[in-house]
Design a binder for this molecule. Structure first.
Ligand code: HEC
Ligand code: HEC
Length: 157
């Protein structure tokens, strides 16, 4: 049976519901090295937002890191990489699909939530306050503690 976009959306919605609160929440305690090294340029993303293989690729690519470079000593890099594997999204959920470029913001579930939203116009995405979709905390104040709520998401004007 071909998967229609409608049934796909349904499946994704169901899967997101099961991903639920727990996966988005930042694990406590957060690994100190992760908090220190991975919140320098952006906040430390909740590990539950990417599948294990995506975290692996991100860590393996270092020092190359998206548009920049991240220099870590090899012990720290290994500790963070290993910790991310234990905290990553549960592979049984739809979020385990490998998003292009290993980005949360390019995962189907993320696109399906954000792209259809009428509130999120091109102007909003380009506003100097948002700058990048990766800047979750521009709209989700609680992002650093893993709180993403459609009802409280604020659109910066
Ligand atoms: C030197 C600055 C810097 C440091 C340190 C850094 N990052 Fe990044 N990170 C970036 C930049 C720049 C981007 C791309 C952001 C964009 O496109 O707006 C990025 C993007 C990401 C993304 C993808 C976000 C998305 O779009 O879905 C993840 C995941 C990520 N970083 C994880 C990490 C991890 C894990 C660490 C620690 C080991 C780390 N980062 C440390 C600069 C940094
Ligand atoms: C420009 C503002 C903006 C940015 C940046 C943004 N979001 Fe959102 N997000 C929203 C809005 C608005 C909604 C509600 C969408 C709707 O239902 O219409 C939302 C919804 C969500 C939801 C669903 C919440 C629920 O109650 O089901 C999640 C999860 C989420 N965002 C995660 C993220 C993550 C992770 C990032 C960063 C990688 C991010 N968002 C970046 C505006 C944003």
């Amino acid at each position: 049976m071909p998967i229609t976009s409608k049934s796909m959306l349904f499946l994704l919605t169901m899967a997101m519901a099961s991903v639920g609160h727990a996966q988005r929440v930042v694990p406590v305690p957060v690994l100190t090295a992760y908090q220190q090294e991975c919140s320098v340029c952006h906040f430390a993303y909740p590990p539950g937002l990417l599948p294990p293989a995506a975290w692996q690729r991100i860590m393996d690519a270092m020092p190359k890191h998206f548009s920049t470079q991240v220099l870590l000593n090899s012990d720290t890099q290994a500790v963070i990489a290993q910790w991310l594997q234990t905290q990553a999204i549960n592979p049984d959920w739809v979020g385990s699909q490998m998003p292009p470029d290993n980005r949360i913001t390019r995962a189907d579930w993320w696109q399906l939530i954000h792209k259809p939203s009428k509130k999120l116009t091109a102007k909003v995405w380009k506003s100097p306050y948002v700058k990048s979709p990766s800047h979750c905390e521009a709209c989700h104040r609680g992002a650093p503690t893993g709180e993403y709520n459609a009802k409280t998401a604020g659109i910066p004007s």
